[in-house]
Design a binder for this molecule. Structure first.
Ligand code: ADP
Ligand code: MG
Length: 352
């Protein structure tokens, strides 16, 4: 029909672009918490406090003691595709959680966001953004580090708001995210606080920074998060093959579970849900567990960033290994080795 109006192609404005990006990066309060805590970790923080109100729907506040953001850089932190973490020349050389420069502008498009920060002895400053409009930078009071406050998440996108679950369910998802990140950062202290209704609120989870060497620290942290029983039944894993290092703790087959809830996998510090790695874990226990039992483990693969592509998905829980067979083989063989040794130790003990 010739009389029909021709479609007109228009350039979207920044606010619309940020809202669309937010749809991918920020699904629910827990995803906002993940982005903000990852930023705090990237900033070298030793202590991170996370406060939330009403399941994170009305308030998410992350307080860290990291490097901070200078007054001049505050507007840039809120700008799209602005990041201090990569220069864009080598997308395979990523050593930080962040690199897209998308989280803060996205959060600023779907909630009321403010950042207060202080670098060293310079004076503290604050910037805020609401409905995509950035405020001027104002002087503020803060002894150091950064406070990011996100209020009324999704107030600007009512469709999203409708998809949120109960405060309880959202708080649970926040807790899961924080615990996962805390497992991978044993030398960082984390406090999670429910401040629904205002005031100091109630601490719902706290772990102090661990001491000792990496394995001591990791074992201590896992004991605090997964429980003493896991820690007592856990075999230490420490293996390396062709540039891939695997460390962590895997539980004895007798400590298996009825579901895969107790499987925690990390690649270069990132919590991942990766079919290949889950399959490898299952394969390692194949001879020890019946089909309906699932091993419990917290495993960390670390490698040169060039050996794994973390650029697969904005939520970044998938990864792609350059050599998937190598990753799988490393997990299967080192876990089998540890299980066989433990079995051998157990049988020789019984034999006297
Ligand atoms: P990305 O993490 O991908 O770089 P973000 O939008 O999450 O993008 O953050 C933009 C920039 O703001 C970061 O690159 C970093 O320089 C700065 N930034 C964000 N959060 C913090 C923080 N808690 N402490 C110090 N700097 C931060
Ligand atoms: Mg980030």
């Amino acid at each position: 029909n010739i009389s029909q109006e021709l479609p007109v192609i228009r350039q979207l404005d920044d606010a619309a672009i940020n809202r669309i990006a937010a749809g991918e990066v920020v699904e629910r309060p827990a995803s906002a918490v993940k982005e903000l805590v990852e930023n705090a970790i990237d900033a070298g923080s030793r202590r991170i406090e996370i406060a939330y109100g009403d399941g994170g729907k009305t308030l998410i506040r992350i307080t860290d003691d990291g490097c901070g953001i200078t007054e001049e850089q505050l507007p840039l932190a809120l700008s799209r595709h602005a990041t201090s973490k990569i220069d864009g020349s080598d997308l395979l050389d990523i050593h930080t959680f962040g690199f897209r420069g998308e989280a803060l502008p996205s959060l600023g498009a779907v909630g009321r966001l403010s950042i207060t920060s202080r670098v060293g002895k310079a004076s503290a400053a604050q910037i805020s953004v609401e409905g995509g409009a950035m405020s001027a930078v104002k002087p503020a009071a803060l002894s150091g580090g950064t406070i990011v406050e996100l209020r009324d998440l999704f107030y600007a996108t009512p469709a999203r708001l409708k998809f949120m679950r109960s405060d309880r369910a959202e708080a649970q998802a926040i807790t899961d995210v924080v615990k996962r990140l805390a497992m991978a950062e044993p030398f960082v202290g984390f406090t999670l606080r429910d401040v629904t209704g205002g005031g100091e609120g109630r601490v719902t989870f706290r772990v102090e920074a661990e001491n000792g060497d990496l394995f001591d620290a990791l074992h201590g942290r896992l004991a605090r998060i997964l429980g003493k029983e896991f820690a007592e039944n856990a075999l230490k894993i420490d293996a390396e093959r062709e540039g891939l290092r695997l460390i962590g703790y895997a539980a004895l087959p007798t400590y298996s579970r009825g579901s895969s809830v107790a499987q925690y996998l990390f690649v270069n510090g990132r919590p991942v849900k990766d079919k290949l790695l889950v399959g490898a874990l299952r394969g390692a226990y194949f001879d020890y567990l019946s089909r309906d039992r699932h091993p419990a483990a917290a495993l960390f693969i670390d490698c040169d960033p060039h050996l794994v592509d973390v650029n697969v998905h904005p939520a970044k829980s998938e990864v792609r290994f350059r050599d998937p067979g190598l990753a799988r083989g490393l997990i299967v063989s080192s876990l089998r080795h540890a299980l066989a040794e433990a079995g051998h130790r157990a049988s020789t003990t019984v034999a006297g």
